[in-house]
Design a protein around this ligand. Structure first.
Ligand code: APR
Length: 313
C-alpha cells in the first residue's frame, strides 16, 4: 500500500540532524529531506538510510540535498545546522558562529516552506530561536525550540540512577533556559505520581538537579569533540510526532512567553501542548516562590544574551 506521508525537512546533516532523520523514518512519521551546506554528506547519509529500508520495512523515504528547492512545502522544518560545543565550552560560546548560520538557514528554509512549523535545535537555543523568529516574521506559535524535552529526560535519568526506580514510573520536568540556567522543577517531578521532594531527602534531590543541569556537559566531556545527539534526536522526534498526531501530550518546549510565568518577550522552556499548527497551549503551573525566583533569574540570563544581538524591540 502506498501511503502519503507528511514532509519533514532536517537542516544540518551532522550528528543531531542525521540521527533525527533516522528516528523519523524508523518511526514511520514522515518523508524526510536532509539538507546541508556540505556537498555529498546529506546525499550519502540519505542513501545509507535508504539502504536500511528493506531491512526495517519503514514506509517513508529520505533524500539528501544542498538545494532548498527540494525542501519546498515541508510540513515541519527542523534546524540543527551549526557548530556543536567542544570540551570546556558552554552553549553560549557558540553564539557568534551559530547566529550567522541560523540567519542564513532560516531565510532560505522559510522562503521554501512559509507554511511549515519550525523547530530550532541549534545552540545556544533560547537565543537562536529568538533570532529565527525575528528574522522570519513567523507567528510565535509556529516557531519554537527543542530543549525542555531533552533536559527533562536527563533529569529523569538522574532520578532513576539515584533511586533505582523504574524509568517508566518517573515523570520529570525542566523549564527555563536550555543551558546552565535551566530550572529542574523537583516539586513537579514525580516517582509513581509522588513529588520527588516528598520521597527523597534534600541532598539526593539536589544531586539529581545538578546532574540534570550538567547532563549535556557530562556527554561532551566523554566525547571531547562534539556534543550529544542520540537523546537530542529522540527529543526532536517526540516533538515531531506530537505535532503530526495532535497527541495533546504535555512536554517542555522552548516557546515565546508573553506574560506566562510573568515573563515577557522571551523564548524559554515551559510545558506546552503541540498540534498541527504548532503550540496549542502554554500550561501555567502554580510555582512556589523559590521556583518562580529561579525561573526569573533564568529569564534574565537569556535576556542578556538576546539583547546583545539587539533582537528585541
Ligand atoms: N547550512 C546547512 N548546514 C550547515 C550550515 C549551513 N549554513 N552550517 C553548518 N551546517 C552543517 C554542518 O555541515 C554539519 O553537517 O551543520 C551540521 C552540524 O553537524 P555537527 O557538527 O555534527 O553538529 P551536531 O552535533 O549535529 O549539532 C548541531 O545542534 O545540539 C545542537 O549544540 C548543537 O548547535 C549544535 C547543533
Amino acid at each position: 500500500m502506498i501511503v502519503a506521508y507528511p514532509k519533514v525537512t532536517v537542516v544540518g546533516a551532522g550528528n543531531v540532524g542525521a540521527t533525527t532523520a533516522q528516528m523519523i523514518l524508523m518511526n514511520n512519521l514522515a518523508d524526510v529531506v536532509l539538507i546541508d551546506i556540505v556537498e555529498g554528506i546529506p546525499q550519502g547519509k540519505a542513501l545509507d538510510m535508504m539502504h536500511s529500508r528493506s531491512i526495517l520495512k519503514f514506509g517513508p523515504t529520505i533524500i539528501g540535498t544542498n538545494d532548498y528547492a527540494d525542501t519546498a512545502n515541508s510540513d515541519i522544518v527542523v534546524i540543527t545546522a551549526g557548530v556543536p560545543r567542544k570540551k570546556g565550552m558552554t552553549r553560549e560560546d557558540l553564539i557568534d558562529t551559530n547566529s550567522k548560520i541560523m540567519s542564513s538557514v532560516i531565510e532560505q528554509a522559510y522562503e521554501a516552506s512559509p507554511g511549515a512549523i519550525f523547530i530550532c535545535v541549534t545552540n545556544p537555543l533560547d537565543v537562536m530561536v529568538y533570532l529565527a523568529y525575528s528574522r522570519s516574521g513567523l507567528a510565535k506559535e509556529r516557531i519554537f525550540g527543542m530543549g525542555g524535552v531533552l533536559d527533562s529526560s536527563r533529569f529523569a535519568y538522574a532520578i532513576q540512577q539515584a533511586t533505582g526506580a523504574d524509568i517508566a514510573d518517573i515523570d520529570a520536568l525542566v523549564v527555563g533556559a536550555h543551558g546552565q540556567g535551566m530550572v529542574p522543577l523537583a516539586k513537579h517531578s514525580t516517582i509513581c505520581g509522588k513529588p520527588i521532594t516528598e520521597v527523597l531527602d534534600a541532598e539526593t534531590v539536589s544531586a539529581c538537579v545538578k546532574r540534570a543541569i550538567d547532563g549535556g556537559g557530562e556527554v561532551v566531556r566523554h566525547l571531547k569533540i562534539g556534543s550529544a545527539f542520540y537523546a537530542p534526536a529522540t527529543s526532536i522526534a517526540k516533538m515531531v510526532k506530537a505535532i503530526l498526531t495532535d497527541s495533546d501530550e504535555v512536554m517542555s518546549v522552548c516557546a515565546k512567553l508573553d506574560g506566562e510565568y510573568g515573563i515577557f518577550n522571551l523564548y524559554m522552556c515551559a510545558p506546552v501542548k503541540l498540534g498541527p499548527n504548532g503550540i496549542k497551549e502554554i500550561i501555567e503551573l502554580d510555582l512556589d516562590e523559590e521556583d518562580s525566583a529561579a525561573l526569573k533569574a533564568s529569564a534574565e540570563s537569556i535576556a542578556a544574551s538576546v539583547d546583545k544581538l539587539k533582537l528585541r524591540g
